[in-house]
Design a protein around this ligand. Structure first.
Ligand code: PLP
Length: 232
């Protein structure tokens, strides 16, 4: 087994164990292997180990990589999306995890209409309310939910969050709980279904699974450290 295959096996096992601990099954939890900064050869090793769902956070890098790889893979976009990259992103990605403003959502709706697409998206929530972070604050999302739901081309399937950086994984738990509770509240108030919760990265994904994640985004634990010189 290559080290990437071993890493994947370990991550999958940790997901299964965390799901069992929470009394759920790992079947409902998708592992998005985040390949940003890593070359196509490394992605191939993961494919050989059975992984087919991958995530990228920059459109240009993703486009080059996706072209080099088999066409039967599933790609999700997880980074901040600039409006001028929407048209390139839509045909590449099956899901956009990171709708972080009403303006971005409206522009995506417009382009999707022009290009005949129906993108599946998640709304990124800045649960901790950190000023420097992308994402809706819970208050803003509440205020703008009706406007988001009025965009006919977007299929809004759930919420995503990136908790503040912390040394201890346990520190993320309250933000994961917060995201799940927000989801439950919005479902009730706006009478809709938001089944997907995208939460958990290398340092805290088992805790995210315990708190109800349906999509975990794991890079480093699978592919190793990224070089620090590249912007993410
Ligand atoms: C890079 C990235 C990840 C993966 O991070 P790791 O800590 O390497 O697992 C997950 N989500 C987003 C949005 C990212 O940009």
């Amino acid at each position: 087994m290559t080290s990437i295959a071993e890493n994947l096996a370990r991550v999958r096992e940790q997901i299964a164990r965390a799901a069992a601990k929470a009394g759920s099954v790992a079947d409902g939890i998708a592992l998005v292997a985040i390949t940003k900064t890593h070359p196509a050869e490394k992605v191939r090793e993961a494919i050989e180990a059975g992984q087919t769902l991958f995530g990228e956070s920059r459109v240009q890098e993703a486009r080059a990589k996706i072209r080099e790889l088999p066409s039967n893979l599933h790609w999700h976009f997880v980074g901040h999306l600039q409006k001028n990259k929407i048209r390139h992103a839509l045909p590449l990605f099956e899901m956009i995890h990171s709708i972080d403003s009403l303006g971005l959502a409206q522009e995506m709706n417009r382009i999707a209409e022009e290009d005949g697409m129906h993108p599946r998206v998640l709304l990124e929530v800045n649960v901790a309310g950190e000023g420097s972070k992308f994402g809706f604050s819970p208050d803003k999302l509440h205020d703008q939910m009706e406007s988001l739901l009025a965009l006919p081309r977007l299929s809004i399937e759930g919420l995503m969050t990136i908790p503040p950086l912390a040394e201890k994984a346990e520190a993320s738990r309250k933000y994961f709980v917060g995201l799940r509770e927000l989801r439950d509240a919005y479902e009730k108030e706006f009478d809709l279904r938001l089944p997907q919760l995208s939460m958990g990265m290398t340092n805290d994904f088992p805790i995210a699974v315990e708190e109800g994640a349906t999509l975990v985004r794991v890079g480093t634990a699978i592919f190793g450290e990224r070089s620090k010189t590249r912007r993410e």
